[in-house]
Design a protein around this ligand. Structure first.
Ligand code: ZN
Length: 188
């Protein structure tokens, strides 16, 4: 396994429309392993293959939800005041995903993206949807999803079409976001 380089805006490769996966082989499994490792190292919750420069319809997601039924962990800072629950890891892999029946009802979540670092903005998307996808062995699945997972999956699916979450913002807001990113880069 290896951590791969994450492409960032304005890399033109992020605008690529990704190709369907046809071979469910070891190369695909290695790509998915690397994508998880890369995503965890960058503290992300989702990653599309094109973000590591591979134009294939492959997504990985792990929402890393806090387990609020578990004992909070000691973060070492006695005055921090937050409860640090251990996270539940659930590695989800979506190959050749398709959205079926998106809901009319919309939900807005604050989104960020490893390819647009340090920029966050509210994006409205269908609150629930049905997704059809293949797993690493090529088997087909269909599932109804909602909440964070629905938002995250739709964000990642946009990457397969060469669309970034900032493309959903108004022209002015997108311009401001890119300017802020430029400023942060200069300061770094
Ligand atoms: Zn993204």
């Amino acid at each position: 396994m290896a951590i791969r380089e994450i492409l960032e805006v304005p890399d033109p490769r992020l605008k690529t429309v990704s190709e369907p996966v046809t071979e469910f082989d070891d190369e695909l499994k290695l790509l998915v392993d690397d994508m998880f490792e890369t995503m965890y190292a960058a503290h992300g919750i989702g990653l599309a293959a094109i973000q590591v420069g591979v134009p294939k319809r492959v997504l990985v997601i792990d929402l890393q939800r806090p387990d609020e039924t578990a004992e909070p962990e000691d973060c070492g800072d006695g005055e921090c005041g937050h409860k640090h629950y251990p996270v539940i890891n659930e590695k989800l892999v979506f190959i050749n995903p398709e959205i079926l029946a998106p809901a009319d009802e919309m939900a807005a979540y604050q989104e960020g993206c490893l390819s647009v670092p340090d920029i966050y903005a509210d994006v409205e998307r269908p609150a629930t949807c049905r997704v059809r996808y293949q797993d690493l062995d090529g088997n087909s699945h269909e599932e109804d999803i909602e909440g964070m997972l629905a938002t995250c999956l739709q964000h990642e699916m946009d990457h397969l079409e060469g669309i970034l979450f900032i493309d959903h913002l108004s022209k002015l807001k997108r311009k401001m976001a890119l300017k802020k990113l430029e400023k942060l880069r200069r300061a770094a």
